[in-house]
Design a protein around this ligand. Structure first.
Ligand SMILES: *Cc1c(COP(=O)(O)O)cnc(C)c1O
Length: 393
């Protein structure tokens, strides 16, 4: 059996053994419904409380400002639709960006069809939004700004501090999709003036299907699920107790080692990036400097198709992604790559390699050993490459 080299940590991570270990009793002996009154339930109730406190501590907020959800997409949807509906008496304008995750973009599209006006801010060639563009975009009807903390495809970390300060000054609610940032970047929600923040456990070595929405105390938002009193009646339904326990453990583990892990990943990332950029006609997508996720490399190889590269990598046991996982399977190039100004044909030749806890230097060396010949092989078969060589002659 071939060994797998997993370089798709931005799509999802494995669950750490320590995390799983804490979860297991909540599938078996500690199965009580947290809403019941007998002592079998006191275990589950207190496990949820502990987890809520761990999540709150990791981002510098109060435990009663954390609401568990079934992942990042749910948190994003709740934030947008919940704020929009609860504040529509104040205005109907929402500002976001062109490079958000589809959980934001498609929720905005839905709101756009239901009486809200959406502004999609452009980004520069590295994926940064400009504060000036944000300032120009606001109107007296603006009720919400939603800008992602860090981009899942090209790794761009936005100037969240400046955006948060500006929104606070204007009295506009500020949500950030921090699904890629939490666990990788130190976040103090109050220092950054964030009003709502989405996170998901499976991006930082917790289980899938569990996440959270931070909602600042006093923010007006519609309830997500009507039913019982769970999550202070804002998101009803018997809690995913093992998932919640896993989220709490995973965020605590990640928070304890953010600096150490990100320093290690940056070194590997830069080695991979520098090696790949030696391949002719290759460009880096996203920023070069520190404002980039520590595990993200995204490159475009001109004249070839990202999907073909993925297939050949797959033959060697290497898992990577072309653009975002959600975009795979469709022929449209990634909206993020188009937004940073890549022409269609170059966007099509893009590959994302995202590094994580399990990534070793040997794996990076191996990728750097095999990728140049994969690119070369595909270019030799590419009519585009041939044409280019002829006109350069
Ligand atoms: C993964 C991801 C999501 C979606 O999270 P799920 O838990 O898969 O629903 C949303 N936003 C960003 C930036 C992501 O990377």
């Amino acid at each position: 059996m071939k060994e797998t080299i997993y370089l798709d940590y931005a799509a999802t991570t494995y669950t750490k053994p320590e995390v799983l270990e804490e979860m297991i009793p909540y599938f078996t002996e500690r199965f009580g419904n947290p809403s019941s009154v007998y002592s079998l339930s006191s275990h589950t109730k207190s496990a949820i409380n502990i987890s809520r406190e761990r999540v709150a501590k990791a981002i510098g907020v109060e435990a009663n400002e954390i609401y568990f959800t079934a992942g990042g997409s749910e948190a994003d949807n709740w934030a947008l639709k919940g704020i929009a509906n609860a504040n529509k008496n104040k205005g109907n304008h929402i500002i976001t960006t062109k490079i958000e995750h589809h959980a934001i973009l498609h929720a905005c599209e839905y709101l756009g069809k239901n009486g809200f006006e959406i502004t999609y801010l452009p980004v520069d060639q590295y994926g940064f939004v400009s504060l000036d563009d944000l300032k120009t975009a606001i109107t007296e009807n603006t009720i919400l700004v939603s800008i992602m903390f860090a981009n899942n495809e090209i790794g761009t970390i936005q100037p969240i501090r400046e955006i948060g300060a500006f929104c606070k000054e204007k009295g506009i609610i500020f949500h950030t999709d921090a699904v890629q940032a939490v666990g990788n970047i130190e976040i103090d929600v109050n220092e950054l003036n964030i009003d709502l923040l989405s996170l998901a456990a499976h991006k930082f070595y917790g289980p899938k299907g569990i996440g959270a929405l931070y909602i600042r105390k006093g923010i007006k938002i519609d309830n997500l699920i009507h039913g019982g009193g769970q999550e202070r009646a804002r998101r009803a339904g018997t809690e995913n107790v093992p998932g919640i326990v896993g989220l709490g453990k995973a965020i605590e583990l990640a928070a304890a080692k953010i600096d150490e892990n990100s320093a290690r990943l940056k070194k590997l990332r830069d080695k991979l990036k520098d090696g790949l950029l030696k391949i002719p006609h290759t460009r880096l997508n996203g920023p070069f400097g520190d404002e980039r996720l520590s595990g993200n490399v995204n490159v475009s190889f001109e004249f070839i198709e990202g999907e073909s590269i993925l297939l050949l990598l797959e033959n060697l046991g290497i898992c990577a992604s072309s653009g975002s996982a959600c975009a795979s399977g469709s022929l449209d190039p990634s909206h993020v790559l188009l937004a940073i100004g890549l022409p269609h044909e170059i966007a099509h030749g893009s590959v994302r390699l995202s590094l994580g806890d399990g990534t070793t230097e040997e794996e990076i060396d191996y990728v750097l050993e095999v990728l140049p010949s994969i690119v070369d092989k595909l270019r030799k078969m590419s009519p585009l490459y041939d044409y280019k060589r002829q006109i350069n002659r």
